[in-house]
Design a protein around this ligand. Structure first.
Ligand code: DGY
Length: 428
């Protein structure tokens, strides 16, 4: 075990979690961890704001405001915003080649931010300040959601597509293996830096990086043209995790606009998109596995591997009661089989690797989302069990990026912002 906090009481854990956010604060934005991830990441920033909100509300809003400095004119909110130069990460801004004033990547990440903003608004003490912040944030969040529906679902199917495993945030999940295998490999040499910080057996393989980078080149060669990318991108997946997270966030966004009495011409469009997704989602129901699966839209093949992504339609409130029962049966067995809930690949899969990033390890923000989803459908006991196992994990291992799903050992980066934030928001 790399680190253990078993002897610390709740107050000391809160203090430690707060210290991690303060240590990772580079002035208006919080890096996930020093060295490995020296910039601002999209869904990390949203989750991290939840942690800041527990002890510094203005700083929490600032996290979101700073992230939106990287928003593109077309609404895209990038997955990485490169506010300051750093030599410790690859691929940096030059490789992405996007030409905006604020340097960034050219893909997005799971849009959990509107859900976070709604929670922050509901729970904050200073409502007047929150409303003021939201007056400028809401139009930006709306533009980003419209970008998802317009650029990633130009045929108006109700199901957006993802162009990169990094966009799902679940980079090397076995669910993407087949779709990624069909992507060509990049034709230039490169040096990875992630394995300078972290053991290679906890990170994606080179064969995956070769394809990740081919895709980065592809967007640049398309000059980021939406139509060209949609027609030609060699990786195009209706990703059940992004679709679920987007759906919940759009619902929350519409409600947040109502709560703040904020009028915007695109709110009606968002409402229509909600209805469209609700009617289209049944096409991703895969009866043999009794769950929703992602689909590779290039060859119309299912992404058949059962990963924690398939539990997220509960969080997205996209399952019927009957479907929710079936997903809950799967979830219940999964939680029982994982000492620290929830292994990112199904515990019985031969693709599970307990320490390798998204191929097995437990991620606390995913535990939180799945627990919320279970609670939404009335599976309170399961939700409480997930929370209990998550608290236990923090006690035995501390604030790592992710955790070995069998032993609970901390993996990836240490003193990690979103782990600290989930601890502050949900556990303590
Ligand atoms: C990485 O570099 O590992 C990130 O997950 C990409 O966003």
């Amino acid at each position: 075990m790399k680190s253990g906090f078993g002897m610390l009481n709740k107050e000391s854990m809160i203090k430690k979690a707060q210290e991690i956010l303060v240590e990772n604060d580079l002035g208006g934005y919080t890096i996930p961890t020093h060295g490995l991830y020296p910039f601002q990441w999209n869904w990390d920033a949203a989750i991290t704001a939840l942690g800041w909100a527990k002890f510094d509300e203005p700083r929490a809003w600032l996290e979101l405001v700073t992230l939106f400095k990287g928003q593109w004119d077309n609404g895209l909110l990038p997955h990485i915003v490169f506010h300051e130069h750093s030599d410790t990460y690859f691929p940096g801004a030059d490789v992405w080649g996007a030409v905006n004033e604020v340097k960034s990547s050219a893909i997005s990440q799971p849009p959990v931010l509107a859900t976070v903003a709604k929670i922050m608004f509901e729970e904050c003490l200073d409502k007047a300040n929150a409303k003021e912040e939201l007056n400028s944030l809401l139009p930006q969040i709306i533009d980003w959601h419209i970008w998802w529906y317009r650029d990633r679902d130009p045929e108006n199917t109700g199901l957006v597509v993802s162009y990169h495993p990094w966009e799902s945030g679940m980079d090397n999940s076995p669910a993407w293996d087949d779709a990624l295998d069909d992507v060509p490999v990049v034709d230039w040499e490169y040096t990875r830096l992630d394995t300078d910080h972290i053991d290679g057996d906890q990170r994606p393989h080179k064969s995956q990086y070769d394809r990740y980078l081919y895709l980065v080149d592809f967007y640049k060669k398309c000059q980021f043209d939406a139509k060209h990318m949609y027609e030609n991108c060699p990786y195009k997946v209706q990703d059940i995790s992004i679709i679920s997270i987007l759906h919940k966030a759009t619902k929350d966004l519409v409600e947040l606009c109502e709560l703040c009495e904020f009028d915007h011409p695109n709110v009606d469009t968002l409402k229509q998109k909600l209805v469209l997704t609700e009617s289209a989602i049944s096409t991703l129901w895969h009866e043999p596995s009794s769950s929703f699966l992602s689909k590779n839209t290039i060859n119309n093949q299912w992404c058949e591997e059962i990963t924690s992504a398939v539990l997220l339609p509960l969080y997205g409130e996209l399952a019927t009661k009957e479907q929710a029962q079936k997903i809950h049966t799967l979830l219940d067995e999964w939680v029982t089989a994982s000492p620290y809930a929830i292994a990112s690949t199904h515990p019985s899969s031969d693709k599970l690797e307990p320490k390798r990033y998204w191929r097995g390890p437990v991620w606390l923000h995913i535990n939180w989302m799945i627990a919320l989803g279970a609670e939404t459908y009335g599976f309170n006991k399961t939700s409480e069990e997930i929370q209990k196992k998550t608290a236990e994990l923090l006690n035995v291992a501390g604030f790592f990026e992710y955790f070995d799903c069998n032993t609970g050992e901390g993996c990836g980066g240490d003193d990690f912002s979103w782990t600290a934030a989930i601890a502050l928001h949900w556990i303590y």
